[in-house]
Every structure is written in C-alpha cells, then in structure tokens.
Design a protein around this ligand. Structure first.
Ligand code: UT7
Length: 339
C-alpha cells in the first residue's frame, strides 16, 4: 500500500504593525544599536501594543489568511494545534480560542509548549494524525506575544524577542512530496538556563513573585547559545545523511531565529553557504513559536515543487530537533506581498 504523508498546502502569517527599534530600546535600557547588531543581529522587532489583544488574535489573523489563500472553509478543518509559550491564559488552550475566533467548529485541537521548538513539535505531531488517516485538514500554528513576558528593564533579554504568528495547512498525499522525516529530543536538565520562574504550580503568583520580576523571561545566554548551535546543526546533518541530501540539493535550511551568530555558527558547522539559510531575524527578532512559519511566509515566493528543506529548532526545555520536507507547490503563484 502507498504510504500516506502529510504535506504543507499553504502558509499564512501576521506581524503587528508597531516597530520597536534598537534606538527606542536604547532609551529604555543601557544598550546600543551597535551592540545589538553585533551580538544578536536584530535591527527591529514587532510588538502587539493594542490593549486587549493577545496571542490568539495574531494567530487568528494568520489562520484567516491561510484559509483564504488555500480556499479552505473553517468548517472543513478537522484539527488545529497551536505551538505557543505565551498562551492567552493558563487554560483553556489557545487552540480552542483560535478555533472559536476563526469559526472552526468541527475540529479538535490543543496547545503544544516546547519553547522555541513548539512549532516544529506541533508540525511533526500533526503530521502523524494525517499519516494515520484520521485527519485530513490540519492547521498548525506557531504564535507568541513575547512582549507579554519580556522585562523591558533587562538588557540581557529585551532586545531579543518580538511578537508574531504563522500557520500552515497540512493535508494527506501519496506523492513523493511532504514531511518525510524528523528527529526531536528534549533534555530537561537544561530547564535552569531558560525559563519563566513564577506563574506555574511551583511558584504561583504572589506579591513577592511580582516584586522579584519572576513572571518575566529568565535566560543564561551562553549555555543556551552553545547548546543551540551544536544541536540544531547535528539534527540537520542527521536529516541530510539519512536522505542523501547534499549541500547542492538542499534548497533551504530554516533555522530558529534566536541570534544571527547562532544561525551563522550552525551553518558553519554544517558547512552550508549563507544564501541557503532563511533569515527574518533582523526585522522580526525571536518570535519563539512563530519564527519558522514566519520564515516560510516570507520566503514562500522562492519555493518550488520538489525543493528540499530542513527546519531546525532549539529552545527552552531544552527541546530541539529538525525535520526534512519536500516542498509541494510553486510559492510564486500564491505568495502575498509582505511589507
Ligand atoms: O530562542 C530561545 C533560545 N535563546 C537563544 O538562543 C539565546 C542564546 N543566547 C544569546 O543569544 C546570547 O548569549 C545573548 C544575546 C543573550 C548574549 O550575548 P553574549 O555575547 O553571550 O553576551 P554575554 O551574556 O556574555 O554578555 C557580555 C556582556 C556583559 O557585560 P559584562 O558582564 O561583560 O560587563 C553583559 O552585561 O554584554 C553585556 N550585555 C549587554 N551590553 C549592551 C548584555 N546584554 C547587553 C545589551 N547591551 N543589550
């Protein structure tokens, strides 16, 4: 029997209109455009400023665009997984809220939190439902309002993060394109280097947790940096070796966008030329769960049927991995202009 695979049929994206520049950040903390560009490679990031708007609102815009581009009716969607570390609230799942806002009424879904690997883990998980034959139109979202947990008094973390959302539609195929292979891993001992201390069952919110600023991101940059390079590169090399993908036959590596130096060091370890690496970090920063779908959204017009693509991510947990995708369609025919 021919094996059923999951294939990406379209991409939607959304970034808020407010642009937070390095110049503006330099007025908030002791930093500079030069330092941020040299050490992180981020020029600006988008921030969802409007009061009353949350992660689900950005995700809803991305999913609405995705459904319009793929001529899909909300009621045809039978599953939605949302990769997210900044859910609208602890419960219910942001996936449920997105479904309600979009009008997706015949689906089940849930959130997936794997730090900056949330979208990759959600994509691979969703593909298993498609491969098993139980689900035929599955939306995978990656969305985060990082500005809701960034401490704008902490120069170590505030230049890094931005807000955004992206989504893809998975459908079954028996052709050779689609999500072909993946490798994912977690190492919980890395949790001490990158986390949000309070707000969970270990340290519920109190006046003290607020005074100690424990509801914001805490990160020890260097151990995260080192582990990110080694693990993203090695997981990607694993995909290339397993499928005889050469540097020539690889169209794009899509790495998680956390730091330009991490991306460059990952490409160097893979001996990959820079023009094969998707980059959005300079204009959007690290949007956590949204970096990968936003890359696909930005570069969709460059993608053609049969292109070999590797996605690689690393994030809090530690949680990391890579997947190999053979692209399914001519992106130049459907990509929308992006400012
Ligand atoms: O997506 C989730 C995964 N996250 C990541 O992948 C992030 C991984 N880590 C990184 O990207 C980098 O480690 C950072 C960007 C967070 C930091 O860069 P670094 O080159 O590792 O700097 P550092 O932490 O070693 O700090 C070097 C110096 C320190 O000053 P002293 O102690 O040497 O006097 C910092 O206080 O740079 C200082 N510094 C800054 N200076 C100006 C830290 N942040 C800033 C800043 N502006 N924004």
């Amino acid at each position: 029997m021919t094996k059923v695979k999951a294939v990406i049929k379209g991409v939607g994206g959304f970034v808020p209109s407010y642009v937070l520049t390095n110049e503006e950040l330099s007025k908030m903390v002791d930093t500079s455009d030069e330092w941020i560009m040299e050490r992180i490679g981020i020029k600006e990031r988008r921030i969802l400023l409007e009061e009353g708007l949350a992660t689900s609102d950005m995700a809803t815009s991305a999913v609405n665009q995705l459904l319009e581009k793929t001529n899909t009716k909300p009621e045809e969607v039978d599953m939605l997984i949302c990769g997210v570390v900044t859910p609208d609230m602890q419960f219910p799942a942001t996936a449920n809220i997105i479904c309600d806002k979009v009008g997706i009424k015949n689906a089940f879904g849930y959130d997936m939190n794997a730090g900056c690997s949330s979208f990759l883990f959600a994509l691979v998980t969703a593909s298993k439902f498609v491969e098993s034959g139980t689900h035929k139109k599955v939306v995978v979202v990656g969305a985060d309002k990082m500005s809701s947990i960034v401490d704008y008094n902490d120069r170590n973390t505030c230049p890094i993060f931005g807000d955004g959302a992206g989504a893809v539609l998975l459908e079954p195929t028996t052709e050779e394109n689609g999500l072909i292979d993946s490798f994912m891993q977690v190492d919980g001992s890395g949790r001490h280097h990158l986390h949000q201390v309070a707000g969970g069952s270990l340290r519920p919110a109190t006046f003290e947790t607020i005074l100690r600023r424990q509801h914001f991101i805490y990160q020890e940059g260097q151990p995260v940096f080192k582990a990110a390079v080694a693990n993203m590169a090695d997981a990607s090399i694993k995909m290339m070796e397993r499928h005889n993908i050469t540097h020539e036959s690889l169209k794009y590596l899509i790495p998680h966008q956390a730091n330009m130096r991490i991306i460059e060091a990952t490409a160097r370890r893979m001996k990959l030329e820079k023009d094969k690496v998707m980059l959005t970090i300079t204009k959007y920063g690290n949007t956590t769960s949204a970096t990968i779908p936003l890359c696909l959204w930005e570069y969709e017009k460059e993608l053609r049927k049969g292109d070999n693509i590797i996605i690689a991510t690393f994030g809090a947990g530690f949680a990391w991995g890579a997947c190999y995708i053979k692209w399914d369609y001519d992106g130049s025919k459907v990509a929308l202009p992006i400012d």
